[in-house]
Design a protein around this ligand. Structure first.
Ligand code: SF4
Length: 378
């Protein structure tokens, strides 16, 4: 029997500086730390492949995220990819994504990454208005995104994503629409549009508390979300998940694994895995991660075996985010398992979840409350 698709995620925990809104686990880049980390990651790749993956099981997607993967030198990224090929069997059509901050990548880096087999570049543009970037403490400038996309295409990349955020301090509907139109002029194959959320213990949270920055305006974010759907839809992009749009055939195969309860192995500090019905996660501490691997131990901090009911719960909660949704009987089976029949009926009556008799999905209004609905169904 053909095994289900398996993805590989690598967390590169470095950035040149922390953006005001960011709560991810990361370290500020230092050359020596990065060299030690790469050595540890190479160890982890070999150990994990041996311990977790049946030899020869094909990897359908590799996603190098962070942090800022391109905080590392492209030669280091290429060494990491070569180690992956040594220990894992990559499918012939394996999607290999590298996330990049536009100001941390050169034309030469892009050529080298393409030659190393990277198939997809994902640039963290965030906005195409310099003022927005300044107000969220995001280093870099819009023209660097334009240059990076142009150079990526010249290097041979035909699959390019831009990450955007909306509801930023000082951003209004018109400036968001300008950002979208500017992005479309770059013709990416994929766009991720994330509503700004204020995470605890971030500089943004502190700025809002001290009234130095406005809190996100939820009704404006709803208008921005609707504008994105309209503008991108008119240009041929299909919304296939709450925050993700793609030209036909360019949905991100790796991220689809998360929303379809697929299997993935996460490597690097704080990376999460889901294999054989078990979720496990690496320690979110670079020093502890390095120490563990020096001692030839995998840096796994927590591990939870999911019951069948819990696996169905996760499949329902993630799958509802997809435009194609989930089989309706899964939603109702989960409701019965968890005593959620009343809340599920209410979500359907409020038309936050819609059913067509066969499949269920979040409605357009439901997508705007995706996290709240997930909490109600957990
Ligand atoms: S570049 Fe990305 S990961 Fe790094 S601090 Fe900014 S938002 Fe966070």
């Amino acid at each position: 029997m053909t095994p289900p698709p398996l993805g590989l995620y690598l967390h590169i925990p470095f950035c040149r500086q922390r953006c005001d809104f960011c709560a991810f686990y990361l370290e500020i880049y230092r050359e020596g730390r990065a060299e030690t980390f790469v050595r540890s990651l190479l160890h982890e790749i070999g150990h994990s492949a041996h311990q977790h993956v049946t030899p020869g099981r094909p990897i359908q997607s590799v996603y190098v995220g962070g942090g800022t993967p391109t905080a590392l030198a492209s030669t280091q990224l290429i060494t990491i990819l070569a180690e992956i090929r040594t220990h894992f069997a990559l499918a012939s059509d394996c999607e290999i994504t590298v996330e990049a901050h536009p100001s941390t990548i050169s034309e030469q880096d892009l050529v080298q990454l393409r030659q190393a087999g990277v198939t997809r570049m994902s640039f963290g543009a965030e906005s195409m208005e310099d003022g927005d970037l300044t107000r969220i403490g995001r280093p870099g400038a819009v023209h660097e995104t334009v240059v990076a996309v142009t150079q990526a295409r010249a290097a041979g990349f035909t699959n390019i994503n831009l990450d955007l955020m909306y509801g930023l301090p000082g951003q209004n509907l018109e400036s968001w629409q300008r950002t979208l139109v500017h992005c479309l002029a770059l013709a990416p194959t994929h766009l991720s549009c994330y509503a700004l959320t204020v995470e605890q213990d971030t500089k943004l949270a502190s700025n809002i508390q001290r009234q130095r920055s406005p809190a996100p305006d939820e009704s404006l974010q709803i208008e921005m979300d609707e504008a994105a759907q309209r503008i991108l839809g008119d240009d041929g992009y299909e919304r296939y998940e709450v925050s993700n749009y793609a030209q036909p055939g360019y949905a991100c195969q790796h991220n689809l694994l998360y929303w379809t309860n697929g299997e993935y192995l996460g490597l690097g500090p704080s990376a999460q895995s889901y294999l054989d019905g078990t979720r496990f996660g690496n320690v979110a501490d670079l020093a502890a991660y390095d120490t563990s691997l020096v001692a030839s131990c995998l840096p796994i901090e927590d591990c939870t075996r999911l019951s069948e009911e819990e696996q169905l719960r996760d499949a329902v909660i993630f799958g509802l985010r997809l435009t194609r949704g989930i089989p309706s009987h899964h939603l109702h089976q989960h409701a019965a398992n968890y005593g959620h029949a009343a809340v599920t009926a209410l979500l359907l009556a409020q038309q936050l979840i819609e059913e067509d008799g066969v499949r269920s999905r979040l409605s357009a209004r439901g997508r705007l409350q995706a996290d709240t609905i997930a909490g109600q169904l957990y």
